[in-house]
Design a protein around this ligand. Structure first.
Ligand SMILES: [Zn+2]
Length: 479
């Protein structure tokens, strides 16, 4: 038992130091390791398995809606990157450059892709000729590089894994629809699978993606009240098409520019899961993406029949489609309990000689430690139901945290007072002038998160300039 306590004690309590708690978890739950490549992380098997589960779910969604996966080069020639002015200005400060091939200096520098709009545009210019070629609904799963100065595992690293969708459409209407359809898929992924409630909305011009006409976002609230931008979808209009010459002939045989979108989610979602659901004992994983949904821990495993029964149960649950691990190692049950709590496994199944005698086992929920005695006869149904209840409970808990920490404010002083009490989101009206947004950010430290689709009327006027308000905006400190 000394081991179990030691393991838990090594996590800093989240109320004491949230940042340290986070760092402790990513190490102790065996999600990442560091290497001599600073600013990058090694995704260990447990983190990679979570990411693969997220990938499977979202890849299924986009395939079902007609998207196709491709693989683009990792390098972008400087001249290609320079073709769209706003885009290059936005990314230039954090681009990594390749200057040599072997010992030879390259004639042109190559950037390691920070995002691949330019490559997709060049490709689209080659393969799109007529209206019959549209739409093009491409996506790629890859890693990208942004030379960040301060990094944190999953949230901000110099290399990270993501998907980037890039689509080309005949009309503005089609492209706008795509942008919002994808945002809906991101919302579905976050809420239904990751149990993370989000606020859907549009970014202000100040916060939008470099080169985009409009950026849409899903914003989640972490346990400490800070925001995590969890997925973005951009509408480009025909700006990129004009810069790269992506044209098609329409049904009247007239030459037109395509309208484009791009959209992405990344491994920062794993950081979001940690900070939304985790507690002082470690991770708490949503069942849909948990690499192990049920861990079976035999009790008094040396007694005859216990391991056999545990193996039989594991088979039954696996056949029902559940992700199950039977831990028949020689560690003590107490050590195993602490270990799988740290790893956030949603359900623990305990089975010992007395349970077998009674035709039962015990299921223990990771989120509230609730123990339920379950008949082995309908174990599959009970387990599936309990996983559903678990997912609903952690979603509701996160939703209460989000909804309980959005406070209306009528002036800057109120915003400061709210933040003094507890970090959270502030909702306030805004005139639409970038200067007022800037003032709020400088005075309170909160950039705007989004103009939510669900608008409320808090006031008639902008809290900064007193001019008539146009929108309600959510402000918040962000990761
Ligand atoms: Zn104003």
């Amino acid at each position: 038992m000394a081991n179990d306590k030691k393991m838990v004690r090594e996590i800093t309590p989240m109320d004491e130091d949230f940042a340290q708690w986070y760092t402790d978890i990513v190490k102790k739950a065996e999600l990442i390791d560091y290497s001599s490549m600073r600013g990058c992380v090694i995704m260990r098997p447990y983190a990679q398995a979570i990411w693969e589960n997220i990938q499977k779910i979202f890849d299924g969604m986009i395939k079902e809606t007609g998207h196709e996966n491709v693989a683009m080069p990792i390098f972008i020639p400087e001249s290609l990157l320079n073709k769209e002015k706003d885009h290059v200005e936005g990314f230039a400060p954090e681009v990594a450059w390749v200057t040599h091939g072997g010992s030879e200096k390259l004639e042109e520098r190559l950037c390691v892709r920070p995002t691949s709009e330019t490559l997709f545009c060049e490709h689209y210019a080659h393969i799109i000729q007529s209206w019959r070629d549209l739409p093009k609904l491409y996506n790629q799963w890859c890693s990208v590089v942004r030379w960040e100065k301060t990094t944190r595992p999953f949230l901000r690293t110099r290399e990270f894994w993501w998907q980037e969708g890039h689509t080309a459409h005949a009309t503005e209407e089609d492209a706008r629809k795509e942008t919002l359809d994808i945002l809906d898929l991101y919302e579905k992924l976050a809420t239904e699978y990751l149990c993370m409630p989000v606020i859907k909305g549009r970014k202000t011009d100040r916060e939008k993606f470099a080169g985009a006409m409009e950026t849409y976002t899903i914003e989640a609230m972490m346990h400490d009240g800070k925001a995590l931008q969890s997925g973005t979808s951009h509408y480009f209009g025909d700006g990129f098409a004009k810069a790269f010459g992506v044209q098609y002939t329409d049904k009247e045989n007239k030459l037109q520019y395509v309208h484009q979108t791009s959209w992405g989610i990344s491994t920062r979602l794993i950081g979001g899961i940690i900070m939304t659901h985790g507690d002082n004992e470690g991770l708490v994983l949503p069942p849909a993406i948990a690499p192990i949904q049920v861990v079976i821990v035999p009790v008094a495993a040396h007694k005859p029949g216990v391991l056999e029964k545990a193996a039989e149960i594991a088979e039954t649950l696996k056949k029902a489609g559940l992700r199950v691990k039977l831990d028949d190692s020689d560690q003590s049950p107490g050590w195993k309990y602490a270990q799988y709590e740290m790893k956030g496994v949603p359900l623990r199944l305990e089975i010992g000689p007395r349970d077998i005698e009674n035709g039962n086992c015990v299921l223990v929920r990771r989120d509230n430690r609730e123990k339920t005695v379950v008949a082995l006869d309908n174990l599959v149904e009970s387990t599936q139901q309990m996983l559903k209840d678990f997912a609903k409970a952690i979603y509701e808990k996160a939703k209460a945290n989000l909804e309980g920490n959005i406070t209306p404010a009528h002036n800057i002083q109120e915003m400061k007072d709210i933040l003094q009490k507890r970090v959270g989101f502030v909702k306030a009206m805004w005139c639409g002038d970038e200067h007022c947004e800037e003032v709020i950010k400088n005075e309170t430290g909160m950039p705007s998160r989004c103009i939510p689709f669900e608008q409320e009327h808090i006031d008639d006027v902008c809290p900064v300039c007193g001019k008539p308000a146009k929108h309600m905006v959510i402000f918040g400190i962000a990761y």
